[in-house]
Design a protein around this ligand. Structure first.
Ligand code: MN
Ligand code: MN
Length: 325
């Protein structure tokens, strides 16, 4: 009937074209891949953490699957502090709408109370100091050059994507100084944030290397990484970064980069997490091996995907520059 057709025409909802899935926007897809890469590298590396390359060869041949176990006796696909501290930081940034030292410190403190499977010595010591003195900035220390702040930089890279450089650097220091107030840690954190952001923008590896890696080595020659292969990297941020850079720049896929770095043993969950973050941003979602994605803890996988997207939305909405509180 004529009138009913008219009625329908008047009341039918306007058809909207469905928004494309977020991962189809290139930088968003790469941001999600960075977060999944971080978790994958953590879960893969944790199995062989604190083993030497020889011990790994003996036990696994080449370690190439997410099988759990290790000194933490993890379930297959379970992640450790590298991923869970990142998620805690990201959640604090989203709740605050900004990168802020005090909310990061409160989030890390709550994370520690929830009895994480592992925790670094410097992180524990300085979070206990925060409980006592309420200051979200650890005292500067030459000795606090561990990789504990560098392993959790990703939420800052995402929340500050596209922001002015000064804001990015301030935000990086605000999160890092909660537990690691150290010049070498700062330099590593800042380099990693800027590398992730460049890779998300699709910048080629040689350019990323000259812009950020060469700059780091020029300012802090201790990071020089091209001479001797780093085996059994410790938790010292310099060795961690050297192992990661060697693996990243000597391979041509996400999978090869991660297998290279975790088979060096040592702090393998953390080298795996940092290499996974960089390689994820560089190679993108399609490069993540399906068997690793499938093995990864399902809840963690979803949290990484959702948080990456939300942090990037925050970056687009407003300036999340560090508040100096
Ligand atoms: Mn860990
Ligand atoms: Mn570790």
């Amino acid at each position: 009937m004529f009138w009913s057709g008219e009625l329908i025409a008047r009341t039918a909802p306007i058809r909207r074209r469905a928004a494309p899935p977020p991962w189809e926007t290139p930088h968003v897809g790469r941001g999600i891949a960075a977060y999944l890469g971080l978790a994958i590298g953590d879960a893969l590396g944790a199995t062989v953490e604190f083993q030497t390359p020889n011990e790994i060869r003996h036990q696994h041949g080449t370690h190439r699957d997410i099988t759990g176990g290790g000194w933490l006796r993890l379930k297959a696909g379970q992640v450790t502090d590298d991923t869970t501290m990142s998620l805690a930081l990201g959640q604090a940034i989203l709740e605050r709408g900004a990168v802020a030292a005090d909310s990061a410190a409160a989030a890390f403190d709550a994370w520690m109370r929830a009895k994480p499977v592992d925790i670094g010595n410097t992180v524990r010591r300085n979070l206990i100091a925060f409980r006592k003195n309420g200051s979200p900035e650890a005292a500067p220390s030459e000795h606090d050059a561990g990789n504990g702040a560098a392993m959790r930089v990703l939420p800052v890279a995402l929340a500050c994507f596209g922001r002015p450089l000064a804001d990015i650097l301030a935000a990086s220091r605000a999160q890092a100084h909660v537990t690691h107030n150290n010049a070498l840690s700062d330099a590593a954190c800042e380099m990693l944030v800027l590398m992730v952001q460049d890779f998300m923008n699709g910048v080629d590896a040689p350019i990323v290397r000259s812009r950020h890696v060469d700059t780091l080595v020029a300012r802090h020659p201790v990071f020089a990484w091209e001479r001797k292969r780093v085996e059994n990297p410790s938790g010292y941020v310099v060795e961690t970064v050297q192992a990661v850079l060697q693996a990243l720049f000597s391979t041509e896929s996400f999978e090869d980069c991660l297998i290279d770095v975790v088979n060096r043993g040592g702090d393998a969950d953390t080298t795996g997490a940092i290499a996974g973050m960089l390689a994820g941003a560089h190679y993108g979602n399609d490069a993540l091996p399906r068997r690793w994605l499938k093995a990864l803890d399902e809840t963690i996988r979803q949290q990484c995907e959702t948080q990456a997207e939300e942090l990037l939305r925050l970056a687009a909405d407003k300036s999340p520059a560090a508040e100096t509180t």
